[in-house]
Design a protein around this ligand. Sequence first.
Ligand SMILES: [Ca+2]
Ligand SMILES: [Ca+2]
Length: 392
Amino acid sequence: MRARRVVTAVLGGALCASATLAGGAPAATAAADPPPLDVRVVQAGLQHPWALTFLPDGSMLYTQRDRLSVTLRDPQGRSTVVLSRPAGMWSGGETGLMGIEKSADFARSGVFYTCHGYRSGDVRDVRVVAWRLDRSAGRATFVRNVVVGLPSSTGRHGGCALRRGKADSLFIGTGDAARGGIPQSLTSGGGKVLRVSATTGRGYDDNPWASARTAMQRRVWTYGHRNVQGVVRQPSTGQMWSVEQGSYRDDEVNVLVKGGNYGWNPVPRASGDPDYNEGANSPMTDDSLPGTQRQAAWRSGTSTVATSGADFVSGSGWGSLDGALAVATLKGTSLRLLTFDSSRRLVRQYTPSELSGTYGRLRGVQRGPGGVLYVTTSNGSDDKILRVAPRG
Ligand SMILES: [Ca+2]
Ligand SMILES: [Ca+2]
């Protein structure tokens, strides 16, 4: 029903008129559609807040990339740093403390997951770790490593997005560590979306390479990605989507299909090409690779906006934006609302003026209680968490 309404609106080309007439209300009292947005700063003074997750009681947990910290913010606005610079956690370049997600049984266990850079001795990787929040003590403690050995180099293209799927499943969106052979190598965890049991860190028996020899390949759900910054579960369908940054062109939003190759292969192709080849002969989706490559559901074209985090909008107060994918953009300094039909074809793009060039670079998007969106900025100083809601 959601999709049908949007398609009708687009094909009819008269969104406000059709919505008004359908309800029989006089135009003067009809709510504007798309609705104007109320944007409030709920937290300031941050540095690269990367991602956040909501807990059952309405509190949020958020990461700061370079401060290597996790903060618990309760519904009354009281904040407690529950994790700060644990041993080995590392930041450099784009890598640091990035994705965060709560466990399926958080209310009982207090367990949450982070994805972050790590350095210790000869070990240099990006890894997913389980922590347990002890609220009375105001701190989180290490529980176990979930996945280690995701590739890391200078800190460029370190991913790393986390989102729960069904039951105990955890999807992990990774970066290619700026190394050419990684995205198409099924034994590397880089340039992938992995699907693992959050408890064991193992790939599932119905993963596409479940009988592969290496544990990492058994985790692979999709491959051929450049630098996955957002992994999202569509509430109406359960379908998983990803958002990744393009090279000099074609940021992408992708529908994640089991075993899919998304076509990034930045290897040298001509004499003089660098080892990590992001040149004009390295398209974001290279159809000349063997087999079928999955085309992006949305791409930026030649002018990239540096898409990062995303979440789906849900709730009747959002009018025709209900069901849209809200994508934060860094370079674009805006929130893009992308509406897809039930065949996952793009039918509308909308950039609300309230979040276009107003808060600088936007990094993370998370749907919170009541369908309110929370958006983080990424300017490097006095960064903010914004609360975004339709004006009723
Ligand atoms: Ca692609
Ligand atoms: Ca092909």
